[in-house]
Design a binder for this molecule. Structure first.
Ligand code: SAH
Length: 356
């Protein structure tokens, strides 16, 4: 297949149902992955450092209005212990993720980042939501290497519907933060959910085309999973579109997006996500890795907090220990004939275009 896809061709592919054609898509994406980022699967240890959140995202179980959720915030000592575990397991990166929690202050997190950088050779990725630029700048100066902030959907109307006011900022504001992150010298990761109620095929194709425009370093895509304690889960804030235009939030749809993303952004680091593993515990991660992905994110969060980081229900691996996750994922990677990446595994810079 031709890998120089136009937006119209991307849309045809996201609508594709023919099995032989899809086999060709998987094969082409896997081949592109092998040629660009190689056989190494990079491991990013995920530490979910807080589930407090000021936002009201319509899909997410951490939203401030979800009063039924017990909240936690990890201590500096707990986080450092996880980082040292990451080193023991041979991971090259730790990802600290949280709800948008202003109890995590600029200086406190800067100190945690500085300590991780001083005590280990890990790359540090942050995913703290839409924090002010001066905080992002301080964390970057403290040594943070990368930042993840998904734009979730490139349809501004759908975006604004599922990120309600007053605490939300609009689609353009989120994109401005991605631009700030790039200016500050972070490697920038973004991504979308697949199958959000109200997301059309055309809008999903536009999401993938947006990845190309932004020349992202990391791109995470996972299926939308309905959470009963959220407005979207209760069907309260749905954008009305023709039913036949609605993208399904399925495994198959997610593989198509992973594969097309690899073809559109050949050098990006693309994870095979936990949300994908949640839909297919048996082989979701492996199929993601065989259809374009080159990263996995083993969970390092202490078991006592895991079930509380409930962005969606029945999340994979919430009862496993960090040790279990490490062994399980290493085994899965080797079983499909891939290597475990060493070192930080940053974005390749062979052909970097100027950023937007
Ligand atoms: N506060 C951070 C981290 C949010 S959780 C931030 O805003 O960036 C990380 C990702 O989980 C989100 O970007 C979203 O894409 C995904 N997520 C949240 N709720 C979800 C759901 N119900 N189904 C699938 N993915 C979800």
């Amino acid at each position: 297949m031709d890998v120089e896809l136009t937006k119209q061709e991307i849309e045809q592919w996201v609508r594709e149902t023919n099995e032989a054609a899809l086999e060709e898509l998987w094969r082409t994406a896997d081949e592109m992955r092998r040629r660009t980022v190689g056989e190494a699967v990079h491991l990013r240890g995920l530490i979910e450092i807080s589930n407090h959140c000021v936002r009201q995202c319509g899909y997410c179980g951490l939203r401030a209005a979800n009063k039924g959720l017990e909240r936690y915030r990890m201590s500096e000592a707990e986080i450092l212990e996880c980082a040292h575990q990451a080193v023991c397991y041979g991971y090259g990166t730790v990802v600290m993720q949280a709800g948008e929690d202003y109890g995590i202050t600029r200086d406190w997190l800067a100190d945690v980042v500085r300590r991780i950088k001083a005590e280990t050779s890990l790359a540090v990725t942050l995913s703290m939501g839409e924090r002010p630029r001066e905080e992002l700048e301080t964390w970057r100066e403290a040594g943070a290497d990368r930042y993840l902030l998904r734009f979730e959907t490139s349809d501004p109307e759908l975006y604004n519907l599922i990120h309600p006011t007053p605490s939300a900022r609009a689609y353009q504001d989120r994109m401005a933060i991605l631009r700030d992150l790039r200016e500050l010298g972070y490697e920038v990761g973004s991504g979308v959910m697949v199958g959000i109620p109200g997301q059309s095929y055309a809008s999903l194709a536009n999401d993938i085309d947006t990845f190309r425009d932004w020349d992202l370093d990391m791109i995470g895509v996972g299926p939308y999973i309905s959470h009963p304690d959220t407005p979207l889960g209760r069907d309260e804030c749905r954008k009305v579109i023709a039913p036949e235009e609605q993208t399904p939030n399925t495994e198959l749809m997610t593989y198509k997006v992973v594969a097309l993303t690899r073809l559109i952004c050949p050098e990006a680091n693309i994870p095979s996500t936990t949300a994908l593993a949640t839909l297919n515990l048996k082989e979701g991660r492996e199929l993601g890795l065989q259809r374009g992905a080159n990263v996995v994110m083993p969970n390092l969060t202490p078991v006592k907090y895991r079930a509380l980081y409930e962005i969606y229900p029945s999340k994979a691996c919430i009862f496993e220990s960090s040790d279990d996750c490490s062994h399980c994922l290493a085994g899965r990677i080797r079983a499909i004939g891939r290597e475990i990446g060493t070192g930080p595994g940053g974005r390749l810079r062979s052909n970097k275009k100027s950023s937007q």
